[in-house]
Design a protein around this ligand. Structure first.
Ligand code: ADP
Length: 971
């Protein structure tokens, strides 16, 4: 290694401005080297050194046969980095830079051996840097340094490290490759438009998409023609726009290409950029094309999926809503509970505030269900027991509305990896209706079972049938009642037990039932299997299905034979009672003995059900001789006439002697029968009598009036009941007969009295007339006052007597129907005035007035008789008003009749007596015992007015007075 020598020699020219290396070379002790001192160096070396030391390019020189190394400042860093600077300077290349020697030695050799200069580009020459071999690329030239003799003595190496460039290039290349790869792998089309020529260039893929042959070049318009018609204009506008400087050159658009061969649309996205020159003219427009068909499809698919999802979600929501499903979600770690609106409704909550498990859920549970549900929930929280499943039914009591609801809750508890429950989610559904239905159904099933038990064991006949009348159930009682077994009759038509004449009833029953009505206690008749009729009371109710539709009828039937029998008996009794009452009434009202007897016979014959009946009775005529009369019922009298009267035979004796009743079921078998001659039993042709009943009729005095006899051709027809009936009627009859007989006697006496009155008054009339005549003569004779007064008084009394006798005679005439009327026209008003005057004359202390508006009143009547009526009424008015002094008369006249009223202010007549005062000889004695009279005046007045076809009546009030009215017809 040459040592450094410090020599202060002047700097040789070739080392001037030679930098650090120039300095080093200058100070190097070259003399000790083969090269010798600086001054001895060949010119070429010196010249070359001068050049390289000043150069900024890294340069070096391999000199001489030993290939000694010289380098400049620019090269220094390469050697510095591996610690060779400055040691390598002046060293043999082989020694100083062994690691590169194998690479560069051949190059040097080639140049040294007279070969061409070499130029190596980007030659990899690894160098040691920081103790590690680094790949360093060089571009260098080796050129020979030729001396004056033309000999190559050294090699000049000019070099530049191209590692960085190479790296950059490599990177660019890589980027380019990557881009191509990306373009390739992204399956992009690339395009490039020359805006000037409008030439359109694309890669193979792009051309393929456009259906253009790979080797063909096209105009832009040829490409745009292949864009889908609806997109084309939009694309052209976008291109034009991108080619304007103002747009910034950006181009980004999606459109469809229609491949001319396949006609299949391909959706693409074109992105590009236009470049402009200083004149703002486009010079380049290029970009890529991306096939987005798949993307589009995917987007479409996505859209569809999303729509489907949304639809599904909506469906879920709707079905949740439709199912009225509520949801709950409880975070078991935080205890947070979420209830949706429906869930809140099911717990009777109206608000939207937070809900809690304890307050809202637990307290919302029905107290009867609470423990059970909490137990289930606790188990749901234990994975090993429930696997988190929760499915329960419970009741809630509405927090606000207090309503009880049935809920079905289903849910799931979620657990963490340690099986700790973390979340509890589920749904709730209102099942109140179903639950209630279920309960109802259960109850109704139970009821039905109970009912079935009742029906089958009931003593009542219970039958059900369809609306078509087909029998569907038949209990034991029905079997008993009708004789058909259940097996026999189920499925048969109900008409089997209905009498044909009553088939219409069934139509009525069905129509009632079909319209949902019930029939209560309908009395009818049905037929048993053996044909006998059963009187029944039936109640029919509709049978409905669960929807309430009537599907059949259920009948409960009760045998009412006994009831009917009782009713029949009651009816018969009532009827008999009625007949009896009627008869008793008739008997008591009727006074004609014959009629009474006939009625008794008819009634008793009917009541006993006898075919015929007879009443034989004793009668005593005026001469006191007894004879037998009879009445018959049920057979013509002739039937008996030829047999004569019943005789006192053994059979009849008990009756006629009043011993008692004879009632025999079959008289022909009776010991008393057939004992007497000549017939020894019933005469031939006699009504056939087998059942026999005879009842004596005995009067109150004990005399046997007669006997009632009844017969029937069949045996055993008369019962104890019949007997007692006839006995009681016989007793009543006896009274009636007694009365009738009495009446007959009274009537007889009455007739005699009338006869006497008639006779007596007639006999009295003749002497009275004579007395009257003589007195008249006497009154005309000269007598003193006293005598005269006596005669007048006598005359007055005779007059009274005459009137009395006349009245009595009139009565006889009336009784005999001989009261003659002498009808003539006369003025009633005049007559009234005359009568008033007459009466006023002898009763001066009475004021008698006539009140009338009638001028005259011509009537067609017997004036004497009407005068008699007026006199009677006026006399009575005065006679029966002792304390009063006024009598008012009035006369009124209508088109048809005239009416006269006589009003007094006297005693009046008791109301209950008014009806009788017009009877013969009737007087209201107790009221006016001191007022004398015979009680015939009003009787005559009434007869006279009635004979005139007029009316006579009275209105009266005790102690107020009486008004007698009578009318006479006009014309
Ligand atoms: P007599 O007057 O002779 O008794 P009548 O036949 O004239 O008979 O009357 C019958 C009865 O009617 C009388 O007894 C009297 O009780 C009653 N009577 C008749 N007219 C009147 C009258 N104006 N006021 C009260 N009672 C009368």
């Amino acid at each position: 290694m040459p040592s450094q020598v410090s020599t202060h020699i002047s700097i040789p020219y070739f080392l001037q401005r030679g930098g650090e290396l120039g300095e080093l070379i200058r100070n190097y002790n070259w003399a000790e080297t083969k090269l010798g001192a600086l001054e001895t160096w060949p010119q070429i070396l010196k010249n070359t050194l001068s050049i390289i030391l000043k150069s900024k390019f890294p340069m070096l020189i391999w000199w001489g046969p030993d290939l000694i190394l010289f380098y400049n400042d620019a090269f220094k860093p390469y050697l510095e980095r591996n610690g060779k600077h400055p040691i390598a300077l002046g060293q043999r290349g082989e020694d100083g830079w062994p690691e590169v020697w194998p690479i560069i030695k051949p190059l040097i050799d080639r140049v040294m051996s007279g070969g061409e200069s070499t130029w190596s580009e980007d030659q990899l020459i690894p160098v040691y840097r920081d103790n590690k071999l680094e790949e360093v690329y060089w571009t260098f030239s080796y050129s020979g340094l030729t001396n004056e003799d033309g000999l190559i003595e050294g090699v000049l190496v000019t070099c530049a490290e191209t590692t960085a460039q190479l790296q950059a290039y490599k990177e660019v290349n890589n980027a380019k490759n990557e881009l191509e790869f990306a373009i390739e792998s992204a399956e992009l089309g690339t395009w490039d438009l020359d805006p000037v020529t409008n030439r359109f260039v694309g890669n193979t893929r792009l051309k393929n998409w456009f259906g253009i042959a790979a080797d063909k070049e096209i105009e832009l318009s040829e490409a745009t023609d292949l864009i889908e018609a609806s997109d084309r204009q939009r694309v052209l506008s976008a291109i034009s726009k991108a080619l304007t400087y103002e747009s910034g050159g950006s181009y980004d658009i999606e459109y469809a290409i229609i491949n001319p061969q396949t006609l299949i649309p391909r959706y693409v996205r074109a992105k590009g950029k236009a470049l402009f020159n200083q004149d703002k003219q486009p010079i380049k427009f290029s970009g890529i094309l991306q096939d987005i068909s798949e993307e589009r499809k995917a987007a479409k698919e996505l859209k569809r999926n999303r729509a489907q999802l949304e639809q599904t979600y909506e469906q879920v929501r709707l079905s949740k809503e439709a199912a009225m499903l509520g949801t709950f979600d409880m975070d078991l770690e935080s205890g947070n509970l979420e209830w949706d609106a429906r869930c809140r409704v099911l717990f009777g909550i109206n608000h939207n505030d937070k809900v809690t498990y304890e307050k809202d859920f637990v307290l919302g549970l029905h107290p009867e269900d609470r423990d059970r549900i909490l137990d289930v929930i606790n188990k749901s929280f234990i994975k090993s027991i429930s696997n988190g499943d929760y499915d329960v039914e419970y009741r809630t009591v509405g927090a606000e509305d207090q309503k009880v609801r049935w809920i079905r809750a289903k849910g799931k508890v979620y657990f963490d990896e340690y099986d700790k429950p973390i979340r509890f989610i589920g749904s709730v559904l209102d099942i109140t209706d179903q639950k209630l239905d279920q309960i109802r159904l259960m109850e109704s099933a139970e009821k039905q079972a109970r009912l079935a038990a009742i029906v089958s064991t009931s003593d009542d006949t219970i039958v059900s049938k369809t609306l078509q009348g087909i029998i569907t159930s038949w209990n034991i009682a029905a079997e008993r009642m009708f004789g058909y077994t259940e097996a026999e009759i189920i499925g048969k038509h109900i008409s089997l037990i209905i009498p044909p004449s009553r088939l219409k009833e069934e139509d009525f029953i069905i129509s009632q039932i079909a319209s949902g009505n019930k029939i209560d206690h309908f009395e009818t008749i049905r037929i048993a299997k053996d044909g006998h009729e059963i009187p029944l009371s039936i109640s029919v109710s509709p049978i409905t299905d669960e929807t309430g539709k009537v599907i059949g009828a259920s009948k409960i039937a009760r045998d009412i034979s006994a009831q009917w029998a009782a009713q029949e008996t009651a009816r018969r009794y009532t009827e008999r009672l009625e007949i009896m009452n009627l008869m008793v009434e008739t008997i008591s009202e009727e006074l004609d003995l014959n009629k009474i007897l006939q009625k008794i016979t008819d009634a008793t014959t009917e009541l006993t059900g006898a075919q015929f009946g007879a009443f034989f009775y004793n009668n005593i005529d005026e001469k006191g001789e007894s004879f037998l009369l009879y009445t018959l019922s049920g057979a013509p009298k002739e039937m008996f006439e030829k047999f004569g009267m019943p005789r006192n035979t053994a059979v009849f004796h008990p009756t006629f002697s009043g011993q008692g009743v004879v009632r025999v079921d079959d008289i022909t078998k009776d010991s008393r029968y057939g004992k007497s001659s000549p017939h020894f039993g019933m005469p031939k042709g006699h009504l056939p009598v087998v059942s026999y009943l005879a009842v004596p009729v005995v009067s109150r005095s004990g005399t046997v009036i007669g006997g009632l006899f009844f017969g029937h051709p069949e045996p055993g027809k008369f019962t104890k009941e019949h007997e007692s009936l006839v006995v009681s009627i016989a007793a009543q009859s006896a009274i009636g007969i007694d009365n009738a007989k009495l009446y007959e006697q009274v009537k007889l006496l009455n007739d005699k009295k009338d006869e006497f009155i008639g006779l007596a008054s007639h006999e009295l009339k003749t002497p009275l007339t004579s007395i009257n005549g003589y007195l008249q003569i006497l009154s005309r004779l000269k007598m003193d006052d006293k005598q005269q007064r006596f005669v007048d008084k006598t005359l007055q009394q005779v007059q009274k007597l005459t009137t009395l006798v006349n009245d009595l005679l009139d009565i006889s005439k009336i009784e005999a129907g001989q009261l003659q009327l002498n009808i003539q026209k006369f003025d009633l008003k005049e007559l009234l005035n005359d009568v008033i005057e007459l009466i006023q004359h002898s009763n001066e202390n009475y004021q008698i007035t006539l009140n009338t508006t009638v001028e005259n009143c011509i009537v067609n009547a017997d004036s004497q008789r009407i005068e008699q009526v007026l006199l009677n009424l006026l006399t009575n008015a005065i006679k029966y008003s002792p304390g009063a002094n006024t009598i008012e008369l009035s006369l009124t006249c209508t088109a048809h009749e005239v009416q006269v009223d006589v009003k007094d202010f006297g005693l009046g007549i008791p109301e209950n007596k008014i009806g009788q005062i017009f009877s013969r000889f009737y007087r209201v004695e107790d009221l006016n015992p001191t007022i004398s009279g015979l009680g015939i005046g009003l009787y005559l007045a009434c007869e006279i007015v009635t004979r005139h076809n007029g009316r006579l009546w009275v209105n009266s009030e005790i102690d107020v007075g009486s008004t007698f009215h009578f009318t006479l017809p006009l014309n």
